[in-house]
Write a protein of this length. Structure first.
Length: 444
């Protein structure tokens, strides 16, 4: 049993945002670039488990985990201990100058737990975007080809290359181009909205035909795909889609990169979301958000021959695999190994899906409930149609925030609410949050 330092209860004691948050918001507007977004201007003082506490003393149920980062729970004791110890021992050398054990240990653990039973290597970086960029670099170096394929509704980051890889221009890329060349967008399998109603293999054939004609298999270094799309609205491709793509890639010497930045590290109830389709084994996996309990770390893990394709010094970076972040990651990965974390994500899936399925029968604005593990979303529509209903999402998100529940929106049409709770959340707390959501639905 996890012991919590903050009571796992929702409690609203001021207006939202409260007076202290308002004061900070006024300072922020003068000091912080307005290009940095903010979903809700409440300023957080502390957090534990699945509860965050703002500067006005309000306790919120966190159903976002900082976008799937504190999956292990806010201020997890194992992470606190690992970080506290490490920060007094060593905070930086630069691994490429003088290495240290924690970096190696993270790589060993990732090699062990990522999909595929081939020989593997890993490399560590700072952000999800950076992991994706490095995976693409390695695939290009390995294949000696330049082109990459990405999927509609996908999201891969905010650097120049990854902006080119995103589906949505707004808000990620608009006005920030021109972007890196060599990126082609390919039709995804999106069962709820697929205009042709294709099965997984049919949708794969459509994508393959597109890549073949538009790029040419012989020019393609890599296919980069989220096994469950995150920002796109937790789109789970139809069964067989990923496998067919990977089989075609394999036959044509194309590297398959699974972007598991959001879905990886126990989030979906498996170590990696790719495992839900066991015949889909990516060559490389990109990892970030949930890996280090809120500390800054990302990774690329995969086939040793691809990971070793770079000349020494070709990949790296000043802060990548920082000792304190690496120590936090070792703690997170060992806690998952020890058991209970994957099971928690599976429990959360049951609780969420059971309750949301009930709501779907009552409220016709719910178009679809989907996702895996503790990565579940509702896509909202105008009742009786499949037209995206962003208005309902905006109202519900605001209602939840006002009542002490932090939820995030998502989706190409902003018509999705996504749930990414810390995996330590109890069913009781989750149901309390869903009561709030239901009250919001009833009030629509
Ligand atoms: C968040 C995310 C990224 C980018 O990660 P950053 O750490 O924000 O750079 C890349 N891919 C996916 C699937 C993501 O969810």
């Amino acid at each position: 049993m996890v012991e919590f330092s903050i009571a796992q209860e929702r409690k609203i004691v001021s207006a939202i945002p409260g007076p202290k948050s308002k004061e900070l918001q006024a300072r922020r507007l003068k000091a912080v670039s307005h290009g940095v977004g903010a979903a809700l201007p409440i300023y957080i003082e502390k957090a534990n488990g699945a509860i965050v506490v703002d500067v006005d003393g309000n306790h919120f149920i966190d159903l976002g985990s900082g976008i799937g980062v504190v999956s292990i729970g806010h201020t997890n004791q194992g992470v606190i201990d690992a970080v506290s110890h490490q920060v007094g021992q060593l905070t930086h050398t630069l691994f490429t100058v003088t290495p240290y054990e924690q970096y190696v240990e993270v790589c060993e653990l990732l090699n062990k737990h990522t999909p595929g039973d081939f020989e593997k290597r890993s490399a560590l970086f700072n952000s999800g975007s950076e992991a994706v960029e490095n995976a693409v670099k390695l695939a290009r170096k390995f294949t000696k080809r330049g082109e990459i394929a990405v999927f509609d509704h996908g999201y891969h980051g905010r650097t120049n290359l990854t902006m080119a890889m995103n589906f949505k221009a707004m808000p990620y890329g608009s006005g920030f181009g021109p972007f890196a060349p060599g990126v082609t967008h390919v039709p995804m399998s999106y069962p709820f909205r697929d205009p042709e109603g294709l099965t997984g293999p049919e949708a794969a054939a459509r994508a393959i035909n597109y890549m073949d004609k538009r790029i040419g298999a012989e020019n393609l270094a890599a296919i980069v795909i989220e096994p469950i799309q995150g920002e796109g609205g937790f789109i789970v491709p139809a069964p067989g889609f990923l496998t067919e793509l990977a089989n075609w890639a394999k036959a044509n010497g194309i590297v398959v990169i699974a972007d598991e930045v959001q879905a990886g590290i126990a989030r979906t109830g498996q170590w990696f979301a790719s495992e839900y389709e066991p015949t889909f084994v990516p060559d490389l996996v990109t990892i970030a958000k949930g890996i280090a309990g809120g500390m800054v770390l990302s990774a690329v893990t995969g086939r040793a021959d691809i990971m070793d394709a770079s000349h020494p010094g070709g990949i790296g970076g000043t802060f990548g695999g920082n000792p304190v972040s690496a120590a936090a990651a070792v703690s997170v990965l060992k806690q998952i190994e020890a058991g209970g974390v994957l099971e928690n994500a599976q429990r959360i899936e049951k609780t969420l899906k059971t309750r949301l399925a009930e709501l779907a029968t009552k409220y016709p604005v719910i178009g679809e409930v989907r996702g895996r593990g503790a990565m579940v979303a509702i896509e909202f529509v105008e009742a009786g149609t499949r037209n995206p209903n962003k208005t309902a999402v905006d109202k519900l998100v605001a209602h939840c925030h006002q009542n002490g529940v932090l939820v995030l929106n998502a989706g190409t049409h902003y018509n999705v609410i996504r749930f990414l709770p810390p995996l330590v959340i109890s069913d009781e707390l989750l149901n309390d949050a869903l009561d709030v959501l239901e009250a919001g639905l009833a009030a629509l």
